[in-house]
Ligand binder design. Structure first.
Ligand code: NDP
Ligand code: GDR
Length: 370
């Protein structure tokens, strides 16, 4: 009998990779998506099958983490062996603008699912994964951060996730639910949301290279993050639910790099060397050959409270789950730039393509010298 998984946040970066991963493992996968006025399923459209076909193993349900009755009904219908709670208002800066909604979806949303498990009497049937985050560490108390490092959240998002973390621990202890927190450090991919810093950089740098954008505006270039590859990280989520008992695990690469370094690596991948001039709000990144300003600081993107440095120690996961990251930062940047280049070339101005003597792609390549 196939196992049944329910994924909240299936339309997001991690939801899409996890759905693919579980389908490959032979699971029947159900996902919860929000109603939206425009399509929001681009990341999972390739997994969709007409429900009228036979042997369909992928199902979608409309729902929202702010709607208890909807969650109870879906969980009752689906009878999942495993729930992966990935849905969240996941943007730290946006959480300063929408703190109440962030608390409702990210904190109380988690409680709603745990309560649904209890109300339905599924405590011994349904395992639960909570998407916890390195943002819980916030103000640095210890380097590197591990499971025992004290939390000190620095945003409404992180405070909401702190509640979700502890309610998951509490329901595990109080009701014996197999509930785990994955404390995942930043993880990125070619399908990363376009407003997170890595994808913002790879997209903008690519567009700059092809003359479709002039400049990239960013906030704090000094913050340091432990960036891994999302596909590696969804495997860790699954591994947590396959253990003998529930526990909480840090998932990280153990390396940290600044936003500035990420910018340098990205432009380097595109054949452009960036040099830096000025300090703080005046800092700019300049093309070493042309002297053109390509990167500029815009304090608009500064956060009211910032998390300066994150670097994770995932020895527990390595030891107990046998998990380790496979992709290093340079390779991740390469992968993201390649994918964004393909995307940018699709929308390269038609008039430039019109002069094509050979194939469209050949002409773009020769014209742009790539
Ligand atoms: P994304 O922002 O890419 O995806 C978030 C998902 O949640 C989307 O499917 C979104 O739907 C859905 N969602 C948002 N609000 C609601 C709601 N109220 N009800 C139902 N669904 C909702 O995030 P990631 O895939 O990057 O991250 C997955 C989870 O892991 C999140 O909880 C995030 O906070 C956490 N996390 C992420 C890390 C990372 O580096 N990526 C690191 C640590 C934790 P829609 O598509 O309609 O917007
Ligand atoms: P983060 O990711 O806040 O770590 O949360 P994000 O990519 O948004 O920011 C990383 C760092 O870059 C700095 N920064 C900018 N960030 C954005 N988004 N836009 C900018 O223009 C910019 N300029 C500088 C930020 O200040 C920050 O220091 C992500 C999310 O996926 C969370 O859901 C998850 O929990 C954590 O990672 C781990």
């Amino acid at each position: 009998m196939s196992k049944v998984a329910l994924i909240t946040g299936i339309t997001g970066q991690d939801g899409a990779y996890l759905a693919e991963f579980l389908l490959e493992k032979g699971y029947i996968v159900h996902g919860i998506k929000r109603r939206s006025s425009s399509f929001n399923t681009a990341r999972i459209d390739h997994l969709y099958k007409d429900p009228h076909e036979r042997n369909v193993n992928f199902f979608m349900h409309y729902g929202d983490l702010t709607d208890s009755t909807n969650l109870i009904r879906i969980i009752q219908e689906v009878q999942p062996d495993e729930i992966y709670n990935l849905a969240a208002q996941s943007h730290v800066q946006v959480s300063f603008e929408t703190p109440e909604y962030t608390a409702n979806s990210d904190a109380i949303g988690t409680l709603r699912i745990l309560e649904a498990i209890r109300i339905l009497g599924f405590e011994k049937k349904t395992k639960f994964y909570q998407a916890s985050t390195s943002e819980l560490y916030g103000k640095v108390r210890e380097i590197p951060q591990k499971e025992t490092t004290p939390f000190c959240p620095r945003s409404p998002y992180a405070v909401a996730k702190l509640y979700a973390y502890w309610i998951t621990v509490n329901y595990r202890e109080a009701y014996g639910i197999f509930a785990c927190n994955g404390i995942l450090f930043n993880h990125e991919s070619p399908i990363r949301g376009e407003t997170f810093v890595t994808r913002k950089i790879t997209m903008a740098a690519t567009r700059i290279k092809y003359g479709m954008q002039d400049r990239l505006y960013l906030g704090n270039l000094d913050s340091k993050r432990d960036w891994g590859f999302a596909k590696d990280y969804v495997e860790a989520m699954w591994l947590m639910l396959q253990q003998e008992g529930p526990d909480d695990y840090v998932i990280a690469t153990g390396e940290t790099h600044s936003v500035r370094e990420f910018i340098e690596l990205t432009f380097k991948e595109l054949g452009i060397e960036i040099i830096w001039q000025g300090k703080g709000e005046e800092e700019v990144g300049i093309d070493a050959i042309t002297n053109k300003v390509l990167v500029e600081v815009d304090p608009e993107y500064y956060r009211p409270t910032e998390v300066e440095v994150l670097i994770g120690d995932s020895s527990k996961a390595r030891r107990k789950l046998g998990w380790k990251p496979k992709v290093r930062l340079e390779e991740l940047v390469k992968m993201m730039v390649k994918s964004d280049e393909e995307e940018v070339l699709k929308s390269y101005p038609a008039e430039k393509l019109a002069s094509s003597p050979e194939t469209e792609e050949d002409s773009i390549k020769s014209e742009l010298d790539i």
